[in-house]
Design a protein around this ligand. Structure first.
Ligand code: AHR
Length: 493
């Protein structure tokens, strides 16, 4: 089949905020314990952080990591996780019904995040706690004042404040599963007052207010409206979360699920802009898509897990190749909305629905690792408005879906154009022509291909599908794209 990609110099969507390639570490399962922190393991450094995991994360160039949850945060007492380790209490985590040892807490996270060259995005507990505890944590993290919590941090050996810029006002507070779940109005009032107080303490912070947990929540829409009516002036972002479910209707349907993400973003943008209009505001609300991924492989197993274990193996999805492609398509979708989506966090980073999977002897990279790594490493710059001409297919729920999905980025070095492209077809190769007006001086430089004929093949400790560098003819503005493939095509001036 034939497809065409057209761009024209100067026609841009937006400069990409690098935080669109962020990730998420929650205290749950083996994400923290046995994932990033494993003090008894010889693969760990003197602080107990797994060196092989740090190395793999660095390959992803993750700019920011959300912490400590997730559902976990809504029952968390952050004070339990600071100070001498032998005095830290073992507590139950009500949501995941596990035991939290608190051997890893705020200070360890702030140390560790430096090792992976990322900044922290912190969430405060607005489930079982409120304004005061949020302010205490902010004081502990960000203030250099001569006051109780700032002094505690110094007493714990951290002289300078961490100056965390981005803060989430709770997590999924619309969800009945959330500890301390609230109605939209109850949450809106609490979030607004917490925002007020936190800003008094540190005016330099940015705040994310909770949107809906997903687009099928019965309160979706009304929730955003109520929350934004209260909080619009006091927050910078509204959150979005979305997990792709099992491919019960086949690969072509699974790969169309990024269209769901696209529509969800459009809907939230519309609601934000309607509140902007009602408020006669000059401010445009941005989106923090701070949890997204595929999540379904572990569901059955997780129903049978015995409660009150420490770091049980929950949510350990082993991803298929088609999940990898869907992750690539989700990244393309987020990038196409770079004018409004400023933050996005793949959920999560290690072991728990994650691109990196460890055991005591090492790790392997899941299929979803590669599109994420490519997007984060090559997708820095400005998204161009691209016109896609491609054959389409009809799929239940989504209507006509294009076989080709793609995004074009003019990189910050002003020397490269990077194309991310997925061919959704199960068996047809695509001849992709590039019609790039104003970029006549650019020539094809490289083509990385991630392809498989088997959509359900998985990576493991013993075998992996890995991307390959393709040979190409630099003078031709046409690239051949395999069926079921993720591609990174780069042009150089
Ligand atoms: O990432 C797993 C869970 O999914 C998070 O704890 C929660 O926020 C969401 O429901």
């Amino acid at each position: 089949m034939e497809a065409k990609l057209k761009v024209s110099e100067g026609f841009e969507i937006a400069k990409i905020d690098k935080r669109i390639y962020s990730s998420f570490v929650e205290h749950m399962g083996r994400c923290v314990y046995g994932g990033i922190y494993d003090p008894k393991n010889s693969l760990s450094n003197e602080k107990g952080y797994r060196k092989d995991v740090i190395e793999a994360i660095n390959e992803l160039s993750v700019p920011m990591i959300r912490y400590p949850g997730g559902n976990f945060v809504s029952g968390y007492r952050w004070e339990d996780g600071v100070g001498p380790k032998n005095e830290r209490p073992r507590k139950v985590d009500l949501h995941w019904r596990t035991v939290e040892s608190n051997q890893f807490g705020t200070d360890e996270f702030m140390d560790w995040v430096k090792e992976v060259n990322a900044e922290a995005m912190m969430a405060v507990n607005l489930g079982t706690r409120g304004i005061q505890e949020a302010c205490d944590l902010l004081e502990y993290c960000n203030l250099d004042s001569d006051s109780y919590w700032a002094e505690k941090r110094r007493a714990h050996g951290r002289k300078s404040a961490y100056k965390v810029k981005t803060w989430c006002l709770g997590n999924e507070m619309d969800g009945p599963w959330q500890t301390g779940h609230k109605t939209a109005y109850e949450y809106a009032r609490l979030a607004n007052e917490t925002a007020n107080a936190m800003r008094l303490l540190d005016p330099a912070i940015e705040l994310v207010v909770c949107g809906s947990s997903n687009e099928s929540m019965p309160t979706f829409g009304e929730w955003e409206e109520t929350v934004l009516k209260e909080c619009y002036d006091n927050v910078d972002y509204i959150s979005m979360h979305q997990y792709f479910d099992a491919p019960t209707k086949g690969t072509l349907h699974h790969l169309a699920k990024s269209v769901r993400m696209d529509k969800f973003i459009d809907s939230v943008v519309s609601i934000c802009d309607s509140i902007k209009a009602i408020k006669r505001s000059d401010k445009t609300m941005m989106i923090s898509f701070d949890e997204w991924n595929a999540w379904y492989h572990s569901n059955e197993h997780d129903l049978e897990v015995t409660p009150w274990q420490e770091a049980p193996n929950i949510l350990e999805d082993n991803y298929t190749f088609e999940d990898g492609l869907l992750v690539g398509l989700a990244l393309i979708t987020l990038l196409k909305h770079a004018d409004r989506v400023k933050i996005a966090c793949m959920a999560q980073l290690v072991n728990v629905i994650a691109p990196i999977f460890t055991n005591e002897e090492g790790l392997f990279k899941q299929t979803i690792f590669y599109p994420y790594a490519h997007a984060s490493n090559y997708g820095r710059g400005t998204v161009l408005q691209a016109i896609i001409e491609s054959p389409t297919y009809e799929v239940e729920e989504f209507g006509r879906v294009s076989y080709l999905d793609s995004v074009v980025i003019e990189n910050d070095d002003n020397e490269h154009l990077t194309i991310f492209a997925v061919n959704r077809s199960l068996n047809e190769t695509m001849d992709l022509s590039l019609d790039f007006m104003g970029y006549e001086a650019y020539q094809l430089e490289s083509h990385i291909e991630y392809a498989s004929t088997d959509p359900v093949v998985k990576n493991s400790f013993s075998s992996s599908i890995e991307p390959v560098e393709m040979k190409l003819d630099a003078n031709i503005k046409q690239v051949t794209i395999k069926p079921l493939s993720w591609n990174v095509i780069r042009l150089k001036k």
